[in-house]
Write a protein that binds this ligand. Structure first.
Ligand SMILES: *Cc1c(COP(=O)(O)O)cnc(C)c1O
Length: 419
């Protein structure tokens, strides 16, 4: 009889973990400044200083190393404005990785375009170059959505070659990799447009939030209008007047980020690098600790030269060593041993119950998403779990506890298969 926490036994680690989302007195002060300022939105009156939305935009674009950034209400709206700016819409097809958050596919559909879902690479779980090249043979494609998944970068060099050879723009979804550097460049500097989500669980967050970045001034102009009903900032702001003006080159929508959200992001950006460093150090240690375990391994494929970031620390289990156990049960058992939410990774889009385009859109057959079986993505989602990134903000002792919990759950595997 094992004493698994899931069966009422004593957990390996009952104490709480570092708080997420986190804030400090600066964050509180900044929020109060917005409250009192009389400007809660980019469509509020100018108050002598630049809006927080503009200040965040400037800081974040400087941080990523691109000239232009348009903050948005969330990552999904960053995606739809990105597609809109690139002119991707009705009748167009966009390649989307088979393993990602459902918004990547649904945002394509909201733009009027058709997602063509392709399988992922078994090592990184990011979109597969082979799968993309084979999809390009049978589909005429207007864009390729790249997602750096959990902590691993997509094969940047290969996709850059594919993009140039086929003249197809890359849209780079960096919602998992705020501040990461791959091949000496910040994540976000590889696509025609890169987008970020700043939703609650992400590495930089204001609860809800997003951004789209580019180095192309025309795309920037369109992105701005698409997110603020056709309006852009004026170059000559006047006190107490609106400092956004009606441009109307393109039909937009309201996807604007509020001043409160922008203020939080501006404040939290200052700790992102130090948090990323702490998480990277922990991930390296955990990679080492996991090498001692022969039924579980890290999915971290970063090279020494990279400075990755860890939205989730993913662990792959050899499920043959857990006969009869489902990954959801294994994740639940680990969560209870460690007092932190550990979940299976995303289900493959081909099996994702949230991806139900036919329930929402009345689509003619030729515009329905193309979603074949995805053997690699489907298999991965049955053998991998993700630890939330605040687990990497703890101590070395915490990391040992994680590995202890994994061993304990393996010892108790027979009981896990019983229910
Ligand atoms: C979170 C996320 C999104 C969507 O962002 P929201 O802010 O929730 O709209 C898009 N892509 C990826 C990869 C994400 O993880």
């Amino acid at each position: 009889m094992s004493d698994l926490a899931i069966r009422g036994g004593k957990p390996i680690r009952a104490a709480s973990w570092p708080r997420w989302p986190d804030f400090d007195t600066d964050t509180e002060r900044t929020l109060c400044e917005v409250l009192a300022s009389g400007r809660w939105s980019l469509s509020g009156p100018n108050k002598a200083e630049k809006s927080y939305e503009q200040r965040f935009s400037e800081s974040f674009s400087r941080y990523i190393g691109l000239p232009f950034c348009v903050p948005t209400a969330n990552g999904s709206s960053a995606l739809t404005t990105a597609f809109g700016a690139l002119g991707i819409g009705y009748g167009d097809k966009v390649l989307v990785p088979g393993l990602t958050w459902v918004a990547c596919a649904s945002a394509v559909m909201r733009s009027g375009a058709t997602p063509v879902i392709v399988d992922v690479h078994p090592d990184t779980l990011c979109i597969s170059g082979d799968a993309v090249e084979s999809a390009l043979k049978s589909h005429s494609v207007a864009g390729i959505l790249l997602v750096h998944l959990y902590c691993n970068p997509v094969d940047i060099q290969r996709f850059t070659r594919i993009s140039i050879a086929n003249r197809i723009p890359l849209i780079e979804d960096c919602s998992h990799v705020h501040g990461a550097c791959f091949e000496g460049k910040k994540a976000g500097s590889f696509g025609r447009i890169s987008i970020f989500s700043m939703q609650q669980t992400k590495l930089l967050t204001s609860g809800e939030g997003g951004a789209a970045l580019t180095s192309d001034p025309d795309l920037y102009n369109r992105l701005q209008q698409l997110r603020a009903d056709g309006r852009i900032y004026t170059e000559v702001p006047e006190l107490d007047k609106l400092d956004i003006i009606e441009k109307g080159d393109v039909q937009g929508c309201n996807h604007s980020l509020s001043e409160f959200h922008a203020a939080i992001l501006l404040d939290r950006l200052k700790v992102l690098d130090s948090e990323n460093e702490r998480r990277s150090k922990s991930a390296k240690k955990l990679n080492g600790l996991l090498r001692e375990v022969d039924f579980a391994s890290s999915l971290d494929r970063n090279k020494e030269a990279d400075s990755p970031s860890y939205y989730k620390y993913c662990i792959k289990f050899d499920m043959k060593r857990f006969p009869g156990v489902r990954i959801a049960k294994l994740a639940e058992a680990l969560s209870l041993e460690l007092n932190i939410q550990i979940s299976p990774i995303y289900p493959a889009l081909s099996k994702n119950r949230l991806f139900k385009p036919s329930k929402f859109f009345r689509l003619p057959a030729h515009r329905r998403p193309v979603c074949p079986r995805l053997p690699i993505a489907e298999r991965a989602s049955e053998e991998c779990v993700g630890l939330p990134h605040n687990a990497l903000l703890g101590t070395s002792y915490d990391l040992q506890k994680i590995v202890e919990a994994i061993k304990k759950v393996h010892d108790g595997r027979l009981e896990l298969s019983a229910f």
